[in-house]
Design a protein around this ligand. Sequence first.
Ligand code: F3S
Length: 643
Amino acid sequence: MGKNIVQKIIESHLVSGRMIPGEEIAISIDQTLTQDSTGTMAYLQFEAMGVPRVRTKKSVAYIDHNTLQTGFENADDHKYIQTVAAKYGIYFSRPGNGICHQVHLERFGRPGWTLLGSDSHTPTAGGIGMLAIGAGGLDVAVAMAGGPYYFTMPKVCRVWLKGKLQPWVSAKDIILELLRRLTVKGGVGKIMEYAGEGVATLTVPERATIANMGAELGATTSIFPSDEVTRAFMRAQGREHEWIPLEADPDAQYDEEIEIDLSKLEPLVAQPHSPDNVDTVRNVGPIKVDQVAIGSCTNSSYLDLMRVAKILKGKTVHPDVSLVISPGSKQVYTMLARNGALADLIAAGARILECACGPCIGMGQAPATNAVSVRTFNRNFYGRSGTPSAKVYLTSPEVAAATALTGVLTDPRTLGEYPDVEMPETFEINDNCIIPPPPEGTPVEVVRGPNIKPFPVNKELPDTVEGIVLLKMEDNITTDHIMPSNAKLLPYRSNIPYLADYCLTLVDKDFPERARKAGGGFLVAGHNYGQGSSREHAALVPLYLGIKGVIAKSFARIHMANLINSGILPLTFVDERDYDDIDQDDRLVIENAIEQIKQGNVLIVKNITKNKEIKVGLNLSPRLKEVILAGGLLNYTRKNSGK
Ligand code: F3S
């Protein structure tokens, strides 16, 4: 029987397990990436493993999230990452070189290889035919140490693209259409594999936009074939020798199939406060807009910004709109500068930011109170912009540029002739902001400023797990709710005690104090708990506050892995109606926890306050059960390596 692309790559990297959906498998990892927000923790954890040098084919440390230097903290973190990268054999992408996923696509991504990144949008590299998965920092640290990556074999969903996009309709609209149909939970437990004649009509950066926002579907990753379009992109990047063809066999089997007719799509918009709250721009209508932000790892490629420049050329941004643009990489920025497009953007009144995540991570450009912000980003969760009362809409660069000119949400088809942009035959290649590691054995001192604090490590699971319910939450709680990430907090990402004062305060401002007073306890939540970023801090900070378990209707994949890695029990209601009978301050006890976990996949939780027993699921592989019993992955790894 023929194989699909996912099966081909997994088979060639399989370390253990069978490729049957739902079964745990382990694959070898060719490349890793970290960004600074999660990287400090990943490297602290890597150091704790005592391995002298990374064992991947290539590992890259990017600085792109927290590039503002309003105090010593960020600069200290950058210095730590730069020196730790040099010591352990890791490439270092300097601040200013660009957003990790954009740069990785340009300079490092390789079809047929595996990539593990401590960022939830790592799947962006699926646009170049890589099996690229986002994970917590500790999983990435284990991969850097040469360990395989364990995960549940997902189902493979074939997304068949037919037809061709109409003028003014873009790759962003394809993924917004999928979000509209499938919702933010629709890709959970799946890999989206793209196929069909429509694929050949999309450039690699356009494919990357789609793969990028597969993360918002909750998918494990997304992948495109590697074809002549991929080859041309790699040739233009001076890397044709790294290209291989990759496509599904004609008789390949898929677990699910979905079809999109590209020619029928029109400009779409995700409305506040969820990426799946999608409607057509036409239906939403001309709402007044205060800010337009163009950039992020979703839409900051050369093609994206050239189209924006052509739309803005010779015109002026509406007086009520603040337009900010962040080029995705130094390569993109340089090319726009050389060909004059940058001058067109500046002349129109755009504010050009540095090549970094910027406003996407709440790092500057927070909108005004109650403002409407139209962004080309991938997330519009409540509070992520830095202004809780702001309303964020997600669109394509074309819609964003048209909106910047008119001051109201605008269907760009009203602008007239479409400014087509050709893919360049060569990109400007200058890797002088990517510092390769010195040869092995070169002495390097790792510099640790005062902002680098030790991270919490759990203890072995006790036999009686007991505590009160510290907080009961609804569905779709994001990692931004659990551990907000904004300009004020990001500088403290390597300082867990400081961050603890802000844990879950977007849900309940008294939570940290209550958790401290109670000495920890349980959290209760609805469906899709922990959706959003790969932020390990959303598990490490609750661990620091003494959280022993989270009982939810369901979990987002990466967050669940982060909870397990921290030794926090991720428990699911066997009967969802039990959610209604559990309240804040109820005292819960799990007796004989160790035996219960070893024996089966269902545990009994006694609710002492309500005098009731409920069943919760802990359906983990034998290995993950060992991780939980050891009190997390670091303890487990140390135990098994005799350290
Ligand atoms: Fe950065 Fe936003 Fe992407 S924070 S990595 S641009 S999702």
